[in-house]
Write a protein that binds this ligand. Structure first.
Ligand SMILES: *Cc1c(COP(=O)(O)O)cnc(C)c1O
Length: 334
């Protein structure tokens, strides 16, 4: 029996609608739609009205073209990384975000976008590069990316906005991911690129939750005071305790760092993790609940991806994209 990962496509659609504030709102579906499944997620978003999709790598773009057919625009953030990728771009009609003079020189024709680096120093052309750019014609899109948009008051946002306006005074433009969308119309330009907000994560605090992860209980045992639980014996019973062992662990993306801090839920009742996370198992203190149910939730209404991330010292993005392959995935709310 596998743990059950329920993905609410209706919530993803509602989140896209709620973030649809710019002239056009795209959708970022890189990394298998943040771990939630490229095909079902991209189809739901296309049905909801998304016409421009973004992936990180050309191979993801090829897969997405196969899923969505010829109509939508598909942009590839990493651009033309190797000449050998050229046929992939052309056969799947993918649009590279050209990131350097070298990429621009190597591009053999067809629609393209330009990515500008406006201060993040990660990916894209710098202002000094622009004079040396070969004449490829009009880009389909000029874009940049904000480094600190999860903090709307961060001074870097305004600085990057000003740099973007200077580097890209005209044309079809895109600056904002989820955080930027929430910062209002100055940041909207022609097309936005939300990712995490679609999947229910911060900084979109009003997002509808998308995932629920229910882990089957394999065994329940009584543990006497003074006995220990799990690897390293790091958890010691301080009272007569009941421990439930559930079927999922760090091999399923429930990273070891959440040991001792995250909780599982029996309906409305919290049950703390007891001891270390194993590869395939978690041990949970269920002493304070009545009857132990067949499943305990680690993601759900009481503990979303950001709450679990906080317990693990990470961010919701990493919780989602780490979700493993041993779950029985169910899609609801089509
Ligand atoms: C991942 C990514 C996005 C989406 O960001 P979210 O914070 O998930 O909304 C948008 N643009 C670029 C360039 C990205 O790399």
């Amino acid at each position: 029996m596998q743990a059950e990962l329920t993905i609410d496509l209706g919530a993803i659609r509602a989140n896209w609608r709620a973030l649809d504030r710019a002239p056009e709102t795209g959708a970022v579906v890189k990394a298998d739609a943040y771990g939630l499944g490229l095909a079902p997620v991209a189809r739901a978003l296309a049905e909801e009205g998304a016409r421009s999709f973004f992936v990180a790598q050309v191979e993801e773009g090829v897969a997405l073209r196969g899923i969505l057919g010829q109509r939508p625009e598909i942009y590839v953030f990493s651009g033309l990384m190797a000449q050998a990728d050229m046929p992939l771009f052309q056969e799947a009609a993918l649009i590279p975000c050209l990131n350097s003079i070298e990429q621009a020189r190597a591009w053999a024709g067809g629609p393209f976008a330009l990515q500008y680096d406006t201060g993040m120093n990660r990916l894209g052309l710098e202002a000094a590069d622009l004079a040396a750019l070969p004449d490829l014609g009009e880009p389909r899109l000029v874009m940049s990316h904000l480094a600190c948009a999860d903090e709307s008051g961060h001074p870097m946002n305004a600085a990057q906005l000003a740099a973007f306006c200077e580097m890209a005074p005209v044309g079809r433009r895109s600056l904002s991911a989820t955080g930027g969308v929430l910062m209002g119309p100055d940041y909207a330009f022609d097309l936005t690129r939300p990712g995490i907000g679609l999947y229910g994560g911060m900084p979109f605090a009003q997002a509808r939750p998308v995932v629920r992860l229910s882990l089957p209980v394999i065994q329940v045992r009584d543990v006497a005071p003074g006995e220990v639980v799990g690897y390293g014996g790091t958890w010691t019973a301080e009272r007569p305790s009941r421990i439930a062992t559930v079927s999922a662990g760090y091999a399923d993306g429930l990273i070891r760092a959440m040991g001792g801090r995250a909780r599982l839920w029996a309906g409305d009742q919290p049950c703390p993790l007891a001891g270390r996370v194993s590869m395939d198992l978690l041990t949970v203190d269920v002493t304070d609940i009545g009857e132990v149910p067949t499943h305990l939730d680690i993601l759900g209404p009481h503990q979303g991806i950001d709450a679990l991330a906080e317990a693990a010292g990470t961010i919701g993005y990493e919780i989602l994209t780490s979700l493993g392959h041993r779950y029985d995935r169910k899609y609801t709310g089509k």
